[in-house]
Design a protein around this ligand. Structure first.
Ligand code: GAP
Length: 487
């Protein structure tokens, strides 16, 4: 059993790799920092979480529709949104060599030369100062630790300045004469694809305020502190919904979405005691009111989702920069004036959740190393992922007890009958005990075993992952039972 939180976190990371959930990107080339790939069971779990969110937002809310906007957007988008000017991290220059360093890279490189404990303490101080935007403290930390430039060998540093987190790339095949003309950003949030499409969606889907637009997709940030597995990545996925409301009603909608989103987490079967709200005091450049939904990861309570009351900041900015009207005509009658509310730029309440972070919360919550007492007084153990059945990567494992006597054929028949409804997994290799353990380790909630009795009475044994209890069941009840349990 893991003995402390960090051990548990490391155990979850190792398990994620060993059982095909998450791999370091480009691992054969020693990896790419803070970039990860999802393996067979990881990509299934991720898809299931995404689908669960998508359904709850669009199918289950008449007034929310989805879009799938491009990652590349016109560069002015990011000027208007404030990301060009405000979305940044600290950098420092060496006055002698003129070389510029990202502050975290400089300190991290120095930490690598230190004994383990000193390195950990230095990195912890750095993280604390970075998260508080304490640039004076960071510079002091560099000076106190006598960190030198690798080129000049001196500690003659400038003050620390901001560095933008957006990735840039060249757009199109022909190089422009004016440097920067072809430059585009990789979007750092999906939200802007929704704002610039606000009128397209409102008009084509004939939406009436209040209404929402939902989107899932990749976002990219050149993160400065990225040492926590998939918690903070440089390429990640967001699930965002912008809810457009009449100005003056944003306070009540903010409260509504704050509650509604927490309920969504609980509806997945996640434990209420591992959640809390954190209301923001220091607000992002676009926000009027904001809070995080925090989850208790093995490394402590951390943000998994943000709810932001963004006012009319984004639509007004895009209106200003594009010179196109982004307004809505509200023909509902204002009780105060007896006239329609008329034209206005709607206010927005945003819900924004990181899919990878949600994945990590599910995985770390599900992970358990469990001792199993045996009849002779000794004990065995298993590692089990108690993933909520509705989002488990594999729903049903179908296991013939032996490879002969016609049992595989019966098992294959059951597989064919069930696999159009939910993800099934067939396996006939190894002892049944080993096969159960492998299914526990990837979180499969139900296993059925086809044995010799099956041939006599058309029943199979169903084994439940969480309790390890088993019961016999007619074959023709299997599909319905699993469907019922994963609903
Ligand atoms: N549109 C608002 C927005 O992007 P945010 O708080 O910067 O707000 C929203 O991000 C969510 O995206 C976070 O709550 C987190 O779950 C996820 N997220 C942000 N940066 C991330 C990163 N580097 N790696 C993984 N997830 C991240």
């Amino acid at each position: 059993m893991a003995t402390n939180d960090n051990n548990k976190f490391q155990a979850v990371i190792a398990h994620a790799k060993e059982y095909g959930f998450v791999f370091q990107s480009s691992e054969i080339y020693d990896g790419l920092s803070a970039v990860y790939d999802y393996g067979p069971w990881g990509s299934e779990l991720k898809k299931n979480i995404r689908d669960y969110w998508w359904k709850s937002m669009t199918q289950l809310h008449e007034n929310i529709v989805g879009i799938d906007a491009a990652i590349f957007m016109h560069p002015t988008t990011w000027k208007a949104s404030g990301h060009v000017d405000n979305f940044s991290d600290p950098m420092i220059d060496n006055k002698d060599s003129k070389k510029r360093y990202r502050v975290d890279h400089l300190i991290e490189a120095h930490a690598e030369t230190l004994p383990k404990e000193d390195a950990e303490s230095l990195l912890a101080s750095m993280d604390r100062l970075l998260s508080g935007d304490d640039f004076t403290g960071l510079k002091q930390l560099i000076e106190d630790n006598k960190i030198k430039c690798a080129i000049s060998g001196t500690g003659n540093w400038t003050d620390i300045r901001q560095f933008n987190l957006m990735f840039k790339t060249e757009f199109g095949a022909v190089a422009s004469e004016n440097e920067g003309d072809n430059m585009v950003y990789l979007r750092p949030e999906t939200a802007q694809g929704i704002f610039v499409n606000f009128l397209n969606v409102q008009k084509t889907a004939r939406m009436k305020i209040p209404f929402g637009i939902a989107q899932t997709g990749k976002a990219f940030r050149n993160e400065i502190v990225a040492r926590q597995f998939i918690f903070r990545m440089r390429e990640f996925e967001q699930m965002e919904m912008q809810f457009f409301v009449r100005p003056g009603t944003e306070g009540e909608w903010y409260k509504y979405w704050k509650q509604e989103r927490l309920q969504w987490h609980l509806s997945l079967g996640m434990p209420a005691e591992k959640y809390r709200y954190h209301d923001h005091v220091k607000l992002a450049h676009y926000a009027k009111e904001a809070c995080d939904i925090e989850f208790e990861f093995p490394i402590g309570f951390k943000e998994v989702e943000g709810i932001h009351s963004r006012g009319d900041f984004d639509l007004s900015q895009h209106q200003l920069y594009s010179k196109k009207k982004l307004q809505y005509y509200d023909n509902d009658i204002d009780a105060a004036t007896g006239k329609p509310y008329g034209n206005y730029v709607p206010y927005v309440v945003e819900t924004s959740i990181g899919l990878d972070r949600m994945f990590l919360s599910v995985l770390s919550n599900a992970y358990e190393e469990e001792a199993i007492p045996k009849e002779d007084g000794s004990s065995d153990s298993r590692t089990v992922l108690r993933i909520p059945a509705k989002i488990a990567p594999v729903k049903l494992a179908i296991l013939p007890l032996t490879k002969k006597d016609g049992l595989p054929e019966i098992a294959r028949d059951i597989m064919r009958n069930c696999q159009d409804e939910f993800y099934c997994f067939y396996e006939e290799k190894d002892t049944i005990g080993k096969r159960y353990r492998r299914m526990d380790a990837i979180g499969t909630p139900f296993c059925i075993t086809v044995d010799h009795q099956t041939k006599e009475d058309n029943t199979v044994t169903i084994r439940y992952r969480d309790t390890m209890t088993q019961e016999r069941l007619p074959i023709d009840k299997v599909k319905e039972l699993v469907k019922e349990k994963i609903r």
